[in-house]
Design a binder for this molecule. Structure first.
Ligand code: KG4
Ligand code: ZN
Length: 337
């Protein structure tokens, strides 16, 4: 039987709605919030207000694009956490009202599970990973290495103890007075720079956990010192700085992924999250495919960043397992995978 699921994502600063027909995505519509640019990061209060404004048009547009009438929906899935509470509550309340009005099942979705299950979207050119696989989820809010044993069986084997990888990019960019989010700009400038020009501190942590706060401090102190001697130091060395910072972050990530691959003897590696758009991260992954025989899985960019399609897809898997939520369900800022 065909199932049609509406997925709603509102955990951070993207309001997104996706429509899945089984594992195919019929529409994936996202409203980004530009309001945060001027503040150098996401402002929670402004984010929830913007979700309120965006959610109705975003869901409406997704339904129209998919050529689906609300009465045709089999279920409504929504992100219940982890994320910013005020933002999550907008999606949660909207999903509840819609499920209630249409008298269809309501399905809560863990955002981190959805990032992983996005790899199972059925689309030409996208291949689903084989179990077990390792998923490196890297974004502005998350950095995890997850051992994925089945659609519903996960083990987090490593995660960040402080900042996420995207946050490291964004905070480094902010120190250099670049606008938020700085990750894509650092990527762009790094292409023109020398990655070996500057060296920054890398953490020495046992196991598979990450830490990025030391790197941020190392960049800050280094630049404060240089700017004393030359106020235009950042401007003059921007490309080399970006290349060196990007290389350090990508090396920190790969040190742990490589360790996990060799310790666990798993050759299937997937990536997810906004930072997986990074060109060095992608080329380093491709290199390991060629040189080490890794099987790599990179979803289309629109399914890597926060999106409603991954929520709809996770909703599909939960629907076929009859894993529904009742109307007392609520959002939570912190949530285990
Ligand atoms: O997944 P995402 O859209 O939202 C969440 O944070 O959940 O990820 C956004 C993050 C930001 O930190 C942004 O700077 C980073 O992904 N990002 C990048 C690139 N594109 C986006 N970081 C490095 N290189 C990129 N090309
Ligand atoms: Zn995310």
């Amino acid at each position: 039987m065909d199932e049609i699921i509406l997925g709603i994502e509102s955990s951070c600063d993207d309001t997104s709605a996706g429509i899945a027909l089984n594992r195919q995505i019929l529409a994936n519509v996202t409203a980004n919030q530009e309001i945060h640019q001027q503040f150098g990061g996401v402002v929670p209060e402004l984010a929830s207000r913007a979700h309120q404004q965006n959610i109705v048009p975003v869901v409406d547009t997704a339904l129209k694009k998919a050529k689906i009438k609300p009465e045709q929906l089999s279920a409504v899935a929504f992100t219940s956490g982890p994320g910013l509470l005020g933002s999550l509550l907008v999606g949660t309340s909207f999903a509840k009202s819609m499920a209630l009005a249409l008298d269809i099942p309501l399905i809560e979705v863990n955002h981190m599970q959805a990032h992983i299950l996005a790899h199972f979207i059925e689309k030409e050119g996208m291949q689903a990973p084989e179990f077990p696989f390792l998923c490196l989820t890297v974004s502005g809010g998350h950095t995890q290495i997850v051992l994925v044993k089945s659609h519903f069986d996960y083990e987090i084997i490593g995660q960040t103890l402080d900042d996420a990888a995207g946050e490291a990019f964004d905070k480094a960019a902010k120190i250099m007075s670049l606008p938020y989010p700085g990750g894509p700009l650092i990527d762009q400038y790094a292409n023109r720079g020398n990655p070996e020009r500057f060296e920054f501190a890398k953490p020495r942590l046992p196991g598979y956990d990450f830490s990025f706060s030391g790197l941020k401090t190392s960049i800050l102190y280094f630049l404060q010192d240089k700017v004393k001697g030359d106020p235009d130091f950042v401007q003059k060395n921007l490309y080399d700085l970006c290349a060196s910072i990007q290389t350090t972050i990508v090396e920190i990530l790969f040190d742990k992924v490589e360790k996990a691959v060799s310790d666990l003897n798993i050759q299937h590696i997937a990536i997810a999250g906004g930072v997986s758009a990074n060109s060095l991260l992608r080329s380093e992954l491709e290199k390991r495919k060629r040189e080490l025989g890794w099987n790599i899985y990179i979803p289309d960019f629109e399914y890597c960043t926060d999106n409603g399609a991954m929520i709809a897809l996770t909703g599909y898997y939960k629907l076929i397992h009859r894993d529904f939520s009742d109307m007392t369900v609520t959002a939570a800022a912190r949530m285990k995978l």
